[in-house]
Design a protein. Sequence first.
Length: 128
Amino acid sequence: MYPGDVRYTREHEWVRLDGQTAVIGITSYAQDELGDVVYVELPSVGEMVSSGSEFGTVESVKAVSPLFAPLAGEIVEVNEALIGQPELVNVEPYGSGWMIKVAASTPDELDSLLEAEAYEQFVNDLHA
């Protein structure tokens, strides 16, 4: 259910490392809990984020939720497609619905994040 090539946070973000660049989005669980995403607020390229810091918000028909950076670094790209098509977060949360790309300053932070099985267990425990 959750891709094995990414790591997960307890705040329901995911990160996929591509060399030194971390691609970040929200999980399928998060988008499902939010419902239809209608707006995504993302930071600017060049901004610095630290691990656990808020980098934007996602607004749905149900709620506005903060987005948290799983890794520290400089934002090198934002998904401009989400401005006109925020529903991509619902349709392809691990694909075209990604949010930001970060030049990871400490890629070893990835080791502290959850692997797919652990995240799935975490989500299951939320509903137990």
